[in-house]
Design a protein around this ligand. Sequence first.
Ligand code: ARG
Length: 263
Amino acid sequence: MAATLHRLARTVGVALAVATCGISSLSVAAAATPPEQKIVGGERAKIADHPYTVFLTNNSGFQFCGGTIAAANKIVTAAHCVKGKTADSIKVVAGREDKQASDGTTAAVSKVWVHPQYTTATAGFDVAVLTLGSNLTQKAAPLASSADADLYKEGANSTVLGWGTTSSGGAASRYLLKVDVPVTSDATCKAAYSQYSNTSMVCAGLPEGGKDSCQGDSGGPMIGGGKLIGVVSWGEGCAAPKKPGVYARVAAYHDVLQEQIKS
Ligand code: ARG
């Protein structure tokens, strides 16, 4: 499968980071996408302005995904980031903008909850909740709910944050980056991706491309109206024209997430 994708990606000259959508797809993306397809026309962000933004590392300190503080000891991330991982193989880093710095807090994970219906990112349900062994002091982000339909309208502003790659297949960012991307209509996203589901996903990006999340940003926050409206999930390449980023639609999972966050 990976080899097939690899060959296909080479052939058509696009990165197909769709099926696994994790760091394991990096080799696929690396072979295929021209340099300078930047994550995205992003810029540096201050952690103090987005204190709910965290990154996930393995026990070697390697950053593999992002996440969002939803309560003092609860992190919302993508299912594809943590499925199959044990709690003791994941650390959550909060309050740190520069991955090479040592400020902020590194928290242990005591429980990994993955949406029970999750299979692959392109099939939806790409949400997970980590329970921490200790409480963080950084501010949490509220989850969007069914009352927040306005935040999902075409053209609504969203800000996506992460430490992911700054070129498709390239190196991850040392510093927290952010990019502002408009929410696309369901029709636009469906036209881009047959797998798009308007009940479990939301897309954002510009028709001409140039602004997007990318590999390693997965699990991280998509913020609209001050709420968590999406979780970085998947896309074809990064920032390509007519290929918006796809995010887990948080409002659709509000209740099931909130249940995990309260417990
Ligand atoms: N699946 C990627 C990850 O695991 C995120 C991809 C987002 N892609 C995009 N074009 N927005 O980090």
